[in-house]
Ligand binder design. Structure first.
Ligand code: PEP
Ligand code: MG
Length: 580
């Protein structure tokens, strides 16, 4: 037996046999073709592109209803890469002008495009080079199938060559291929960080998964028995009977746990002392509203609208945005939908934003600062939001506010967007609530001025921790210092909740802390009654709520907040979690 360690994506424990998939490298044979063969070679490339496009389309139309909605988004990204005109035209030029074979011509162009992404500083953009190689791998596979099995339907071969119930081990897996692996028990992947599309999809499929394992696919053989602990980030290869026995027990405990959790879906989320707590979902795309509802969410507490703007070469106009916002509102059937205005900058950049490289992007022209600097784009989004407002219960949320004048300017922009719509004779809800994110310490420290001007507040703990502790939330080297339970962070969160409530304004937490069951009692004790999180965390947090008595928690949390001794705070936190 031996153990391999990687980056945990969660999903619990699974035991099963390994199915090792080959690398989808871009190694392509290179040879010259004759002039009379050029047309046929160009047609071969067109055919392969067509087949892969069709396979994406087929996957999209056949997505089962229980498939995470990220699946659709992944297919869209891969479809866009496949249609990249520079890559296709470049490959065709190499075939027609230089007489290279289609495989090599396409691999060369895809590799060049991927290398451009590899060279970028931004981790998210670097991950896109994997998407390009994955898409190109499918095109090469289709070209190969045309030669090796000309009588067969290469389409079918592409779609059916993956997948029975086993733990899938691979150097890398494209999101599109993952969709063919619906019955996989888990994923063990050599490459990758947690922001790759593959990781995002694996996590939302809810099966145990680990990335960044280095050489696992070399060290593990087909049919090896594996224990995969997706929470601990450990794979045990060829475990002995005693270890297998232990893990089987733990696995059964987890399964029972899941079953029990599912029974909570229709139970109102109310504490032991009768306080109703609103549990909402965070989504990135409008289509995820349905998934949120199925998980029992009582609304959308955060729709990160910037995801409509990423992974594309153009920007969505008013009409496209209007349709997206309307879809989310209609999908929630009257439940509240909080749509955040564009939060770009730092790790999320727009296609044409490469002109200015900020020395400290997280402290630069991000979120509302960017929107106020681009009034036309901001007004377009505000108009789209307001036009969607009659289709449900909309709240508009503004990210990264730090100054009073930013709030005032934003509210003026909302009025201007309303004026423009009135002039156009468009309908909208006059009093759509406008809220602000509290994610900069300055906002928490001057919460009164925020609470007086805005209709509601939402605490973004991901950024609040980053800006309070001066820790880049995306930098692995300082990740051990990123501490949501630091006394300073807790004080700012508590101040915000108190400050909002004093003005009678609703306050929610929508950062990762809201979905961490270890923080639920702490937040309840601070007086929080609105939580927004990824739908997979909803029931775990609800269970904590059902077992909590806020009347007892408040005094304990007040004492905990009064201490600035991190050791005392930590042990008080532990006791809080352990108590009923
Ligand atoms: C946050 O900062 O906590 C938040 C919810 O916003 P994002 O994670 O999108 O920056
Ligand atoms: Mg944020």
């Amino acid at each position: 037996m031996f153990a391999l360690h990687g980056t945990a994506l969660g999903g619990g424990i699974v035991i099963g046999r390994a199915r090792v998939l080959e690398a989808q490298g871009l190694d392509a044979k290179r040879y010259r073709i004759e002039i009379p063969e050029i047309d046929a070679e160009l047609k071969r490339l067109d055919m392969a592109l067509f087949q892969v496009r069709e396979s994406f389309e087929k996957l999209r139309t056949q997505l089962p209803v229980d498939m995470p909605s990220e699946a659709n988004a992944m297919l869209e990204v891969h479809g866009m890469i496949l249609d990249d005109p520079m890559m296709i035209e470049g490959a065709k030029r190499l075939i027609a002008d230089e007489r290279w074979n289609a495989e090599w011509a396409f691999a060369d162009q895809a590799e060049q495009l991927a290398a451009q992404f590899d060279a970028l500083d931004d981790e998210y953009m670097r991950e896109r080079s994997r998407d390009i190689r994955q898409v190109a791998g499918r095109v090469l596979k289709s070209l190969k199938l045309q030669l090796s099995a000309p009588g067969n339907d290469p389409q079918l071969a592409l779609d059916n060559d993956l997948g029975d119930a086993a733990i899938v081990v691979a150097p890398d897996i494209s999101p599109a291929d993952m969709l063919n692996l619906k019955s996989a028990l888990g994923f063990v992947i050599d490459l990758g960080g947690t922001t790759s599309h593959t990781a995002i999809l694996a996590r939302s499929m809810g099966v145990p998964s680990i990335v960044g394992l280095g050489k696992a696919s070399d060290l593990i053989d087909d049919d090896d028995w594996l224990i995969l602990d997706g929470d601990a980030g450990i794979v045990l290869v060829a475990p002995d009977e005693a270890v297998l026995g232990q893990y089987r027990e733990r696995q059964q405990e987890q399964q029972l746990e899941q079953q029990k959790l599912r029974r909570l879906i229709h139970i109102p989320s109310r504490t032991l002392d009768g306080i109703d707590v609103k549990l909402m979902a965070n989504i990135e795309l409008p289509s995820e509203a349905a998934q949120a509802r199925e998980a029992g969410a009582q609304g959308i507490g955060l729709f990160r609208s910037e995801f409509l703007f990423l992974n594309r070469t153009d920007l969505p106009g008013e009409e496209e945005q209007f349709e997206a916002y309307r879809e989310a509102l209609q999908g929630m059937h009257g439940f509240e939908v909080t749509i955040r205005t564009l939060d770009v900058g730092a790790d999320k950049t727009l296609p044409d934003a490469a002109t200015h490289v900020a020395p400290n992007p997280a402290l630069g022209q991000r979120a509302i600062r960017f929107c106020l600097a681009q009034p036309e784009m901001f007004l377009e989004q505000l108009r789209a939001l307001l036009r969607a407002s009659p289709y449900g219960s909309l709240r508009i949320l503004i990210p990264m506010l730090a100054h009073q004048h930013e709030i005032d300017q934003t509210l003026k922009m909302v009025e201007r967007a309303k004026e423009q719509l009135r002039e156009r004779g468009e309908k909208f809800v006059e009093d759509v609530p406008i809220g602000g994110m509290v994610e900069v310490p300055a906002a928490a420290l001057s919460i009164g001025l925020f609470a007086r001007r805005l209709d509601f507040l939402s605490i973004g703990t991901n950024d609040l921790v980053q800006y309070t502790l001066a820790i880049d939330r995306g930098d692995a080297q300082v990740a051990h210092l990123y501490d949501p339970f630091h006394p300073a962070v807790l004080e700012l969160v508590a101040m915000t909740i108190r400050g909002g409530q004093k003005q009678g304004k609703s306050v929610s937490v929508c950062g990762e802390m809201a979905g961490d069951p270890a923080a639920t009692r702490l937040l309840l004790g601070m007086g929080l009654t609105e939580f927004s999180m990824h739908p997979v965390s909803l029931l775990k947090v609800k269970r904590e709520i059902l077992l909590s008595d806020v009347s007892l928690l408040s005094a304990r949390v007040q004492r905990l907040l009064g201490s600035d001794d991190p050791i005392k705070v930590e042990s008080a936190l532990r006791r809080l979690r352990e108590s009923a």
